[in-house]
Every structure is written in C-alpha cells, then in structure tokens.
Design a protein. Structure first.
Ligand code: SF4
Length: 92
C-alpha cells in the first residue's frame, strides 16, 4: 500500500535536515506542479479523483497496469521537460 502525501515523502524528508541541502529541489514550485500533474494522471487512470491521504493497495495487477500506462505515456504529463525523462523511459 502507498499513502499519497503532499511535499517530501518518507524517503526525501530526512535529507532536508542535512546542512548541505540548503535549497532542496523538492520544495520548489516546479516539483509541486509535477506532483499535481501526476495526481491528475493517476486519478484519470483509476477513474476517480485522488488526493493527499489517499491509500492505494499495490498488488500485482495494479502495478502491472500502472507500468503499462506509464510506458505508453498515458500517465506522463508530469514528465514533460523533466531531466530524468529519458532515464525513466528506458526503465519503463
Ligand atoms: S521522468 Fe521520471 S522522475 Fe521525471 S517526472 Fe517522470 S517519473 Fe518522475
């Protein structure tokens, strides 16, 4: 299961406390805009609007379908202009 959060997640949040991270990119407006686009894409794929606090069960079927729609580009509005787009496309 994953829990949809707003802002830095459990992986990123501890890094914000490091002294060397003065301007964490995950707090930039561009990142929140990408998050918003991704939430819209996923909600459209699921057939209902999702928001912060949403819990989604990650079973095999769900992950398989998510991978398919990601690879097909149906849930990649947030990826437009992202520096990692080529890398993520290779993985997909
Ligand atoms: S290209 Fe990858 S890192 Fe960039 S927004 Fe898409 S999934 Fe996220």
């Amino acid at each position: 299961m994953f829990l949809l959060v707003s802002g830095p997640d459990d992986i990123c949040a501890p890094l914000l406390e490091l002294d060397e991270v003065r301007e964490p990119h995950c707090l930039r407006k561009s990142v929140s805009e990408r998050d918003h686009l991704a939430v819209n894409d996923i909600g459209r794929f699921l057939g209902y609007r999702i928001a912060e606090g949403e819990k989604i069960i990650l079973d095999f079927e769900f992950l398989h379908r998510m991978r398919q729609v990601f690879a097909s580009g149906q849930t990649r509005q947030a990826c437009i202009g992202c520096e990692w787009s080529e890398f993520c496309s290779l993985i997909a």
